[in-house]
Design a protein around this ligand. Structure first.
Ligand SMILES: [Zn+2]
Length: 178
């Protein structure tokens, strides 16, 4: 159980990757926080289109006949999920700042804003599962549509290396551009 939990944290660098991509996109708009945030938000969907490792959320209930009818059920499993998500989230924020070595507090805040923007679409999925109303419904439809249908599931090496490679490419590209 604990091994599996630790394994899940190691494999599911999902929010972390979205945070770093968001920061990478945001820092290209250093003097325009609104543009930085929007770029970060959009980076989420670009990244989702690439095959990647994914979370095993224990409390997530999928409805195969109606994919828009999923939910995350509150309970013991939900607590485990939330703790995983929190570790991933916190590591994402920390790495986003560390990887781009900001020169000022302002630059650091643009990076954090980007990291939050990059992760926001997944938080909005949760909002949709709980509320099932517009505009979250349309966003959820789009999110599912753009998301890759190919998931790297049982390949430990491939899953982790591809994730690190994606992060390295994103960081290098962002540093090259700005
Ligand atoms: Zn997503």
């Amino acid at each position: 159980m604990i091994a599996r939990y630790l394994g899940d944290i190691l494999y599911s660098m999902i929010l972390m990757t979205h945070a770093i991509a968001g920061a990478a996109a945001a820092r290209l708009f250093p003097s325009n926080p609104a543009a930085a945030f929007i770029a970060a938000f959009l980076s989420h969907f670009v990244l989702d289109a690439i095959p990647h490792w994914n979370y095993r959320l224990l409390s997530h209930e999928n409805n195969p006949s109606d994919p828009l009818n999923g939910d995350m059920v509150f309970g013991k499993k939900f607590i485990i999920d939330i703790s995983k998500i929190f570790i991933d989230f916190a590591a994402g924020i920390a790495l986003s700042v560390w990887l781009f070595s900001p020169k000022s507090d302002y630059q650091a805040s643009i990076l954090i804003l980007g990291a939050l923007g990059g992760m926001l679409p997944d938080a909005l999925q949760f909002v949709y599962w709980k509320l099932k109303i517009e505009p979250f419904r349309s966003l959820q439809k789009f999110h599912r549509w753009v998301h890759t249908k190919y998931e790297i599931k049982n390949h430990l090496v491939l899953g982790v290396t591809s994730q690190i490679l994606i992060i390295a490419i994103i960081v290098a590209a962002s540093r090259l551009l700005g």
